[in-house]
Design a binder for this molecule. Structure first.
Ligand code: DC
Length: 233
């Protein structure tokens, strides 16, 4: 009987290139890639459109009503060779990556009732194995027994520079200072929130990619995944 694919958890700070390497790993291994950050971003977009975020406060009662009506969709775009996000059938990939959603997403991701629902969906999506899932709490909460866990990091300056370049290429009008402030703010909120704060679990392999090329990173991670797969019963 063929062995089931592994569950690979890729956690770490924002803008460390988690999704870039996760997509490549998934393609090389024939695994499914699941971007859990996109799920928190979709909820944020919905909350913003419904006017449920005002001055840093969320209307919890209304959001709890709206939450079960959100249908999360991820479709593979053959041309671009990547998954794109949909909300109730609407293409939202561009909208969820903008600075406005990025500015509010940590607020939404800190809400326990949002996390509870999304974690349940993530476990369901990975039940067949053969999955690369990237996020902040995959190795600590969603799959504490994942066979392979990575924790990715780089300095805030390196990450802000990468994100700034990405946004400028997309035509967003932002300054480097704004982007760096956003990266630092997100780090702080992610690491200090009460529910599922961002932590490196002791069994996660640390990847500091400040001085690494994507190819070097992918090779190192593939080696680890393959050896865990071979040594598994
Ligand atoms: O990976 P990203 O930047 O797209 O994530 C967006 C936000 O969602 C980020 O502020 C952290 C949060 N997030 C989370 O709390 N838990 C996850 N599993 C994934 C993302």
């Amino acid at each position: 009987m063929e062995k089931k694919g592994l569950i690979v958890a890729v956690d770490g700070h924002s803008s460390t290139g988690k999704s870039t390497v996760s997509k490549i790993l998934a393609a090389r291994l024939g695994y499914t890639y699941i971007d859990t950050g996109a799920m928190y971003r979709i909820v944020t977009l919905k909350a913003m459109r419904e006017g449920l975020i005002r001055n840093g406060n969320v209307d919890d009662e209304k959001l709890k009503e709206v939450l079960p009506t959100i249908i999360f969709g991820f479709k593979y775009n053959e041309g671009k060779k990547c998954y794109e996000s949909y909300m109730n059938g609407e293409y939202v990939e561009t909208a969820i990556r903008g600075l406005e959603v990025s500015d509010n997403v940590s607020l939404i991701a800190a809400l326990p009732y949002v996390r509870e629902l999304l974690v349940e969906k993530q476990r369901e999506m990975a039940k067949e194995g053969g999955v690369i899932m990237d996020g902040r709490d995959i190795g600590s909460v969603v799959f504490p027994h994942a066979e392979v866990k990575f924790f990715m990091t780089a300095s805030p300056e390196v990450r802000a520079q990468r994100r700034y370049k990405e946004l400028i290429e997309k035509g967003e009008k932002v300054t480097y200072e704004e982007v760096e402030a956003n990266v630092r703010k997100r780090d702080y909120i992610d690491e200090h929130r009460e529910t599922s704060p961002l932590v490196k679990t002791p069994d996660a392999v640390l990847i500091d990619n400040g001085d690494m090329t994507v190819e070097e990173e992918v090779e190192e991670m593939l080696k680890i995944i393959r050896s865990r797969y071979e040594s598994r019963n």
